[in-house]
Design a protein. Structure first.
Length: 119
């Protein structure tokens, strides 16, 4: 069964760091683009916001608010993706989701993990 299982997250003070992990299983995800999305609180019905992505050849993309603070990475040998989050701000508070996709194939989502940044 193909799935993405997330770990990490939690509660941290502003300025702190957290690392999210995404363990892929059931197939090889080395050819997939791995991404992180987030859903801030108090936004019922709102779509998840793209945060960062890393392609099969390790090209990375970030939204402007996290550039210089977040780093996305992957370890294809372990079928893992990571999001290192530094200098966290209260506005980073959200449920974070791991995402895997490749053109023409099924899209996969992780179960979501809460990140709360206190001021």
């Amino acid at each position: 069964q193909e799935q993405l299982v997330q770990s990490g997250g939690g509660l941290v003070q502003a300025g702190g760091s957290l690392r999210l992990s995404c363990a892929a299983s059931g197939r090889t995800f080395s050819g997939y683009t791995m991404s992180w999305f987030r859903l801030p609180p108090g936004n019922p019905g709102k779509e998840r916001e793209f945060v960062a992505a890393i392609t099969w050849d390790n090209t990375t993309y970030y939204i402007d608010p996290v550039k210089g603070r977040f780093t996305i990475s992957r370890d294809n040998a372990k079928n893992m993706a990571y999001l290192q989050m530094n200098s966290l701000k209260p506005e980073d508070t959200a449920v974070y989701y791991c995402h895997a996709h490749v053109t023409g194939a099924v899209v996969y989502w992780g179960q979501g993990t809460q990140v709360t940044v206190s001021s």
